[in-house]
Ligand binder design. Sequence first.
Ligand SMILES: NC(=O)c1ccc[n+]([C@@H]2O[C@H](COP(=O)([O-])OP(=O)(O)OC[C@H]3O[C@@H](n4cnc5c(N)ncnc54)[C@H](OP(=O)(O)O)[C@@H]3O)[C@@H](O)[C@H]2O)c1
Length: 346
Amino acid sequence: MIKVSIFGASGYAGGEILRILLNHPKVKVKQVTSRQFVNQLVSLVHPNLRKRTDLVFTHPDKLETCDLLFVALPNGESMNYMPKLKNLANKIIDLGADFRLRNKKVFEYWYKKEHKRPELLTQFVYGIAELHREQLKKASCVACAGCEASVSILSLYPLIKHHLIEGKIIIDAKMSSSQAGVKPSLSSHHPERAGAVRSYMPSGHRHTAEIIQELSTYNSNLEVAISATAIDMVRGLLVTIHTLPKKNVIEKDVWNAYRTEYQNEPFVRIVKEQQGIYRYPEPKILQGTNYCDIGFEMDKITNRLVVIAAIDNLVKGTAGQAVQAMNLMYGFPETMSLDFPGLHPI
Ligand SMILES: NC(=O)c1ccc[n+]([C@@H]2O[C@H](COP(=O)([O-])OP(=O)(O)OC[C@H]3O[C@@H](n4cnc5c(N)ncnc54)[C@H](OP(=O)(O)O)[C@@H]3O)[C@@H](O)[C@H]2O)c1
């Protein structure tokens, strides 16, 4: 049994880690932090956890030593705490953006702030198990991927590794409101957010840097563009990716690439049905699950290979990915506590 704590447990990602870990037979959750809810029951903030835990929130200053610390703070915060946190825990899994990019200058370009701990950047292993399984088994520090980056990297990795596409890759992302975290703002205010189809970031999305970092191993000339639209959905993320197949690439090549890379992956499913209403991936039926569903279609008329993929941003996009990494780091079965199949209808 390992003892873990969650720094930033009153937030959406932290709450989701707690939900998953309360079912984990090899984990005891020791402390969960919040500055706003010190000494209050966790179930006050996460009502789904009523009668599942009697944990109360601890102030971050009172964090004690543990085996593994999950850090679920807003982007730009974990680097302020990191040297101290490394003294508290042998292993750290950070869900934020601070240690995802290996290059300080790339981080500073995309996040428009100075990186305060650049010397630690190379100590972190990027958290996508499907790409970094062997490194994660030996890792003491992990930086989980951003949610758009997670679903986009999983969609594109087989196509780029197997040299099936060329030219610019255009990722059209449909985003849910929980991606913005628990802190309210005018744009998340119900009258402004409900019913919205809002072009949130037509260009310049920060996760572009992660996608290029991870996939440039297989193609050093990658051109990736993301356009993100906020839609009326609480959880979930759908990407429609427009790519240009190389000459003579046929559907069978695409099937082969996905099968080769993912047939033994427990959490990646290829979804391309001939009939029914769920012919392509949909985030709705993935809520609470650690799956990434990927589908595709060859458009012969306009010579496109269109890839469609979906995840739950709070699970495969962050907390589930983090627990999957933890399972690998400790030699637990990789799927332990992550086997919820989702709900239908929902
Ligand atoms: N939401 C998603 O869909 C998603 C997806 C992928 C990755 N992530 C990543 O996960 C991380 C957390 O995201 P989230 O959506 O869960 O954020 P969130 O809902 O805003 O939660 C942030 C948590 O951090 C605590 N906190 C905030 N500022 C702090 C500070 N300066 N010092 C100590 N504690 C602080 C907050 O609690 P108190 O204010 O009570 O202390 C809260 O528990 C982010 O870095 C994000 O990039 C999120």
